[in-house]
Write a protein that binds this ligand. Structure first.
Ligand code: PLP
Length: 355
């Protein structure tokens, strides 16, 4: 398929002071879009000016939430080059999500090619200061206007990009996590491992309750026994337990995070034992209290690694360390991963894809 580059007539004002960058509010001048129709397949792939879509009010995504997305980043390196981090893994996961949601698959290599073209055109938007990056949001929506419940026959697939500020302005800062004993995120057989908007819509109520109680994030437990740790908001969760890295296994209810995968690979590479196994709330509380669990952290593209300072479940709270200091393993993994992403460290795993 050909990729058409449409002319751009107007440039948007830029944020010159990179310390003022936020997350996901200011998008660049251009976007990638392609259309799909049953019988015709994907067509009309183009990089065009960033602009609103015109959607029929009956567009199926607006009613039945047939939607998927991805999230990845481009990093500016010291020599000025731009690097993507494991981008093909994102497009593979995009297709995994598409299959589960009865949406058409995309050509992964073409998507990567289109993304690189978009970023080349928008390269001035990739920020330069420490900790900043260009956040990339591929998405697919069902655009067919029809109120019957069945997979749509028309879709839009698009990529928008936005410069984002450093997540941690003054070094890593541990978060407070509320463990939900009432709400669940995903049950066996559901869509927990799919990156789809509906999972997020369903999570907002508990997240708001947690925020009102002064917590940063919700930790979800398994839907069946309400005992085992699943994941946090938009992060997978890891524990340092008896000197090993322990995280929940992938069995369909949690997202197969690329940051999670990278952290596990880094740990193994550095000789740290890794266990993917069910971990109960009781085990976390007992482990933190008896000192066998020394660190906990979340992993996800937006934050990279987010240390956890405390967990609260019902009326009990455990504090990890002093609740304010980032653990040694957490800090090392963060430094290594970001070092590879920004090009300060070598990339022995072949994760970096230069533009
Ligand atoms: C995207 C996401 C993650 C993190 O995945 P990464 O590939 O590491 O960014 C974790 N949990 C959920 C629910 C997500 O949507």
């Amino acid at each position: 398929m050909d990729l058409h580059i449409l002319p751009l007539e107007k440039f948007k004002p830029r944020i010159n002071d990179e310390s003022e960058l936020t997350f996901g509010k200011q998008f660049t001048d251009r976007m990638f879009v392609m259309s799909y129709k049953a019988g015709q397949g994907w067509h009309d792939a183009r990089v065009q000016p960033y602009q609103p879509f015109s959607l029929d009010p009956a567009a199926m995504v607006l009613h039945y939430a047939q939607e998927i997305f991805e999230g990845l980043k481009a990093f500016r390196r010291p020599d000025g080059q731009i690097a993507l981090f494991r981008p093909i893994d994102n497009f593979r996961r995009f297709n995994h999500s598409a299959r589960r949601m009865c949406m058409p698959e995309v050509d992964e290599d073409f998507m990567l090619h289109a993304l690189k073209e978009l970023i080349r055109l928008e390269s001035d938007w990739v920020p330069r200061s420490e900790g900043t990056s260009l956040y990339i949001r591929p998405a697919m929506i069902a655009s067919e206007p029809m109120l019957g419940v069945r997979p749509a026959e028309e879709y839009l697939c698009y990529i928008i990009v936005c410069p984002v500020g450093a997540y941690y302005k003054g070094g890593l800062a541990p978060v407070k996590i509320w463990i939900s004993d009432h709400y669940v995120r995903a049950a066996d057989g559901g869509t927990g491992e799919v990156k789809t908007g509906g999972n997020y819509a369903a999570s907002l109520y508990a997240a708001r309750e947690a925020a009102e109680k002064g917590y940063d994030q919700v930790l979800w437990l398994d839907a069946k026994e309400r005992k085992y740790v699943e994941e946090v908001g938009s992060m997978n969760l890891c524990f340092v337990c008896d000197g090993k890295l322990v995280t929940s296994p992938l069995h369909g209810t949690i997202l197969d995070g690329i940051t999670r995968r990278s952290v596990l690979e880094l740990a193994r590479y550095n000789g740290l034992a890794v266990e993917e196994r069910a971990l109960s709330v009781d085990e976390i509380f007992a482990g933190v209290e008896d000192g066998s669990i020394t660190e906990a952290f979340g992993t996800g593209t937006a934050v990279v690694i987010s240390p956890v300072g405390q967990f609260t479940y019902q009326d009990r709270t455990v504090v990890i360390g002093d609740g304010k200091t980032t653990g040694k393993v957490t800090q090392e993994l963060y430094d290594t991963l970001t070092g590879i992403q920004y090009g300060h460290l070598p990339d022995p795993h072949g994760w970096v894809d230069l533009l």
